[in-house]
Design a binder for this molecule. Structure first.
Ligand SMILES: Nc1ncnc2c1ncn2[C@@H]1O[C@H](COP(=O)(O)OP(=O)(O)OP(=O)(O)O)[C@@H](O)[C@H]1O
Length: 357
């Protein structure tokens, strides 16, 4: 990933304020800082050490349901914080409060040092929000919609460059409602970014995208991140969080259950796991049999996907004993694999639930 560069440095090295349109003549991954750095507009960055987003003791209730239950978050300037959580964990509610769309019941939220509701006017041009359903312009053509969004900014990105970066050039003249779900999703992302925001809220930005489109979006998010834009992202994709995030907060039932860098989270539980897949046997019976046969200190559990997962000190002797146990009972092993903890394992052990597939 490219090193950080300040706006001032980027301008000085270019000799003049860079023009996003120049990027159309540049290799795809070069000139990123210049393309995404704001031009000559006022620099709103507070003193170093200030967070782009601070959330303290956030609570939001819907009737009897507590959607967010005392959540604390801190997003340092220029970093990407990923909120990971199972369905209904409170991710979208948290993001909507930070965007100023929903009023919290308790707690404090500071977005670029301001209150997202009271200071909404001041924040509008400084933050990027992905609106669903085309926002205010559902009837407009894709390029018109992006130009309308760009018109709110004193120094927008070149809409044509952005459409190209997100693979939307071919549908520039197509109405929003006629775009595919994935194209609408990418256009919403383009609208959130075209004003060169300092802080972007991305609520599941790649949900429903195919692999190719997802990579395009990841690439653009990495460019933003490298340019010093602060990003709060929610996702149910563990690989997305692992790939993009500086910090991950895992939330469940409205509370943070773990936080750290992707590697910190995986290191929380350094033990190895053996995963065993078999077919044509009673899974619970096999689990109980393996548990009885394993020495003290080992645990055999059934994962939600039907795998047998053995935790403990996984030595060659243990692997061999498990294979022999199956062979003695005429059980054919479909797959047997030993690996260190993954983010998926951490997520499962903390929330007891799979993230949405
Ligand atoms: N307007 C609302 N009225 C009532 N309940 C709501 C409302 N919005 C959210 N909830 C409830 O609050 C809880 C948190 O919802 P939220 O959408 O924030 O979760 P999420 O983590 O974004 O879930 P998902 O990954 O499924 O989008 C859920 O139980 C949801 O049903």
């Amino acid at each position: 990933m490219c090193g950080r560069i300040s706006r001032r440095d980027a301008h000085r090295s270019a000799g003049t304020a860079p023009q996003p349109g120049d990027l159309r003549r540049s290799p795809r991954l070069l000139g990123v800082h210049e393309a995404l750095s704001p031009g000559t507009g006022p620099d709103h960055r507070p003193a170093s050490g200030d967070a782009a987003l601070l959330v303290r003791g956030l609570v939001k209730k819907f009737g009897d349901k507590t959607a967010v239950d005392g959540l604390d978050l801190r997003l340092p300037r220029g970093e990407l914080l990923a909120l990971l959580g199972p369905n209904g964990a409170g991710k979208t509610t948290t993001v909507e409060i930070c965007e100023g769309f929903t009023r919290p019941d308790a707690g404090e939220v500071r977005v670029l040092g301001l209150d997202p509701i009271a200071d909404n006017d001041a924040l509008r041009t400084r933050i990027g929000v992905m609106l669903q359903g085309g926002g205010a312009y559902p009837g407009a053509k894709a390029k018109e919609m992006l130009r309308l969004c760009a018109a709110y900014s004193a120094d927008p990105l070149d809409p044509e460059w952005l459409m190209d970066a997100l693979g939307l050039t071919e549908v520039a003249n197509t109405g929003f409602r006629r775009l595919s779900g994935g194209q609408q999703q990418r256009l919403s992302l383009a609208c959130a970014l075209v004003g060169r925001p300092e802080l972007v809220f991305l609520d599941e930005p790649t949900a429903g995208l195919d692999a190719h489109a997802r990579i395009m979006v990841w690439e653009l998010i990495s460019r933003l991140r490298a340019d010093g834009v602060s990003i709060l992202l929610t996702t149910h994709l563990l690989d997305e969080a692992e790939e993009l995030a500086d910090q991950i907060v895992i939330i469940d039932r409205g509370r943070a259950v773990a936080a750290g860098t992707p590697s910190d989270l995986v290191r929380r539980d350094a033990e190895r796991r053996l995963r065993l897949s078999v077919s044509g046997v009673d899974a619970t019976e096999l689990r109980n049999g393996l548990q009885d046969a394993l020495p003290a200190g080992y645990r055999c559990t059934l994962s939600p996907t039907g795998e047998h997962v053995v935790t403990g000190d996984i030595t060659p002797a243990v692997v061999s004993a498990i294979a022999q146990f199956c062979a003695d009972r005429g059980i054919l092993i479909d797959s047997l694999n030993v690996a260190s903890n993954s983010l998926q394992d951490v997520f499962l052990s903390l929330t007891g639930r799979e993230v949405r597939a």
